[in-house]
Design a protein around this ligand. Structure first.
Ligand code: MN
Length: 228
């Protein structure tokens, strides 16, 4: 018998592509402004400065194919990002061995209440209400690196209702995947089940109910999500 005074829901999981197994998620780290063109469109310096991260909650992940338009915002943006899923971790991970901790890669959307984020930025406040809301991280299956390799280039594309909105290439990341892992591990103890959202190329824009977002990353297939 459990000695818990309340029952906890099981840990969120993601499908592992090509298998009937699932990847259990422990934490979600997200990097900000990791593509120069996106930093510029948001009014920031595109130079390589120290990276910064925020977190979403594991239970913000959603694989239903539907994104419910969240309350308290009238400017919700899509951000297509490659998700990096770790099968191990640690602290002070050297750059040279960082990729050894990667289980695989997937396609995620870092959905953002842009109006609230702008208010929080202006007030010098944290971003949770803009970033870590319910179902704010639509995510497709995780493709094991043992099948798809380690991705450091490849086209990143997001269309809304068939119209191209975001386009870039994984090779445009300011901070590369091994660098993000190594940097994060200096501040946090990374572990199996951690996911890193690796930033978004330019072209972020608002969605409306009824829109269909189609996200593609070369080598990882595509993810279709309806705004409801
Ligand atoms: Mn983002």
């Amino acid at each position: 018998m459990s000695d818990l005074v309340i029952e906890l829901p099981p840990a969120p999981t993601l499908e592992v592509a090509g298998t009937n197994k699932r990847f259990g998620v422990r934490r979600i780290y997200c990097i900000g402004r990791n593509y120069a063109a996106h930093a510029i469109e948001m009014g920031h310096n595109p130079d390589r400065e120290d990276p910064f991260f925020f977190q979403k909650n594991p239970n913000n992940l959603d694989s239903s194919g539907e994104f419910p338009y969240p309350p308290r915002s009238s400017d919700v943006h899509h951000e297509i990002e490659m998700a990096v899923a770790l099968h191990s971790g640690g602290s002070n991970i050297p750059l040279a061995s960082a990729l050894d901790h990667v289980f695989g890669y997937g396609i995620a959307l870092d959905m953002t209440r842009r109006d609230l984020q702008a208010e929080q930025k202006k007030a010098g406040r944290p971003w949770e209400i803009a970033k870590a809301f319910e179902r704010s991280a639509p995510c497709g299956p995780i493709h094991p690196a043992s099948s798809v390799g380690h991705l450091d280039s490849g086209r990143v594309l997001l269309e809304v209702n068939g119209q191209r909105r975001q386009e870039g290439d994984l090779n445009q990341m300011i901070w590369k995947v091994p660098e993000m892992i190594s940097y994060l591990s200096d501040y946090f103890e990374l572990a199996a089940g951690d996911i890193i959202l690796s930033g978004t190329p330019s072209g972020v824009a608002a969605v409306e109910r009824g829109d269909v977002m189609k996200a593609e990353i070369e080598g990882l297939g595509s993810l279709s999500v309806s705004v409801v």
